[in-house]
Design a protein around this ligand. Structure first.
Ligand code: TYM
Length: 359
């Protein structure tokens, strides 16, 4: 958590065998949380590691998606990857449904994962809500598909935001059980990479909820494609309290984190400060030292400028790329072919270990 994106180079602490995999759902409204928790870290990691980044369209359809919008949003997430700085030549960018190994391996994992494990998944409980009986079966086994995404490439490290930690623990359990059951070391035990000052960006309207694509109020989040005026307006309107900006007295003794009591008392204030720290590539202590004791209006002005500096060029480049869907589709097709070449032998190895005959 305390590690910065700049420190990503040796973050896996590892050998050249490390392989990075991560995914983003094409469900609209990519926001600052997706950027700071995930996409920006994807970019930093590719300098050092073999990286595979996937637009997880099969995950998206676990809840109903309008077909035309799904197509558009798949291209939009791809455009965001490219605009943020993922290089499609060195890294692999593709959409999940074009590589059939994901769905096939997910079935094998459906037969490995236990009901009790899935029953503990907090995201299923949140997403299915009160009407669990009406949730799709796909939504329930969503984490098994996620495990298949990662294991199809024998990926060793997965950069994600804090909200995905439990799913990665399940991935580890599935890999372990598969290896134990078959007596073969087919799958690695994956490590989450959760780093930067904003691994859990909260809603601008309610500091107890995470910033989310599906929150009805657009003012709860900053979308990657928001223009400068709108970003400034959303930050101006972001909920805070009447006290001045908190200072370094809110830090833990080691100075690395916000002390829990302070965090609980002023979640909205610390959320904005964490966003500032992440956007300026600094530890959380930096904005507390710089702005502690001043008025929120001044701090918010600086935060808005910083957000516009960071997101403005990405939004502009995304617009340009989205005007050229043929190019975006060619990136996905090329990525899918390269991903398929890596995943097919892993799937074959898994089938062989289980005893499925292939001719
Ligand atoms: P998704 O599409 O919800 O989010 C994409 C990435 O953004 C991170 N994220 C956040 N980080 C910080 N603060 C927030 N408020 C915030 N909201 C979202 C997420 O943690 C994620 O890293 N299940 C995954 C997609 C997936 C995947 C995978 C990820 C499918 N297969 C394999 C890794 C490996 C998801 O729904 O992400």
């Amino acid at each position: 958590m305390a590690k910065s994106a700049a420190g990503a180079a040796n973050i896996t602490g590892s050998t050249p065998m490390s392989r990075i995999f991560s995914g983003v759902q094409p469900t609209g409204n990519l926001h600052l949380g997706n950027y700071l928790g995930a996409i920006r870290n994807f970019v930093a990691l590719q300098a050092e590691y073999e990286c595979i980044y996937c637009v997880v369209d099969l995950h998206a359809i676990t809840v109903w998606q309008d077909p035309a919008e799904l197509r558009a949003q798949t291209r939009e997430v791809t455009a965001a990857f490219l605009a943020a700085g993922i290089d499609p030549k060195t890294s692999i960018i593709f959409n999940q449904s074009q590589v059939s190994a994901h769905a096939e391996l997910a079935w094998l994992f459906n037969c490995v994962a236990r009901l009790g494990w899935l029953n503990r998944m907090t995201q299923f409980k949140e997403k299915s809500g009160k009407n669990r009986e009406a949730a799709s079966v796909g939504l329930y086994v969503y984490p098994n598909l996620m495990a298949a995404d990662i294991m199809a490439y024998k990926a060793t490290h997965v950069p994600v935001g804090e909200d995905q930690r439990q799913h990665l623990e399940l991935t580890r359990d599935i890999a372990q059980k598969f290896n134990n059951d078959t007596g073969k070391e087919v799958f690695p035990i994956v490590e989450p990479l959760i780093f930067g000052a904003a691994t859990r960006v909260m809603s601008l309207r309610d500091g107890s909820k995470k910033m989310s694509k599906s929150e009805p109020s657009d003012f709860s989040r900053i979308n990657i494609t928001d223009g400068p005026e709108l970003i400034a307006q959303k930050i101006r309107k972001a909920r805070t309290d009447s006290a001045p900006v908190p200072g370094p007295e809110a830090l833990t003794a080691d100075g690395l984190q916000i002390a829990e009591a302070h965090q609980t008392e002023r979640p909205e204030a610390f959320n904005l400060l964490a966003i500032y720290a992440a956007l300026s590539h600094q530890p959380i202590a930096a904005p507390l030292n710089e702005f502690g004791g001043s008025q929120f209006s001044d701090f918010k002005r600086r935060l808005a400028e910083l957000a516009v500096e960071n997101l403005g060029p990405i939004g502009t480049e995304m617009q340009r790329l989205m005007a050229d869907p043929a190019y975006v589709d060619s990136v996905l097709a090329d990525g899918a072919a390269r991903a398929d070449a890596q995943a097919a032998p892993v799937l074959a190895e898994a089938k062989e270990a289980i005893g499925l005959l292939s001719t």
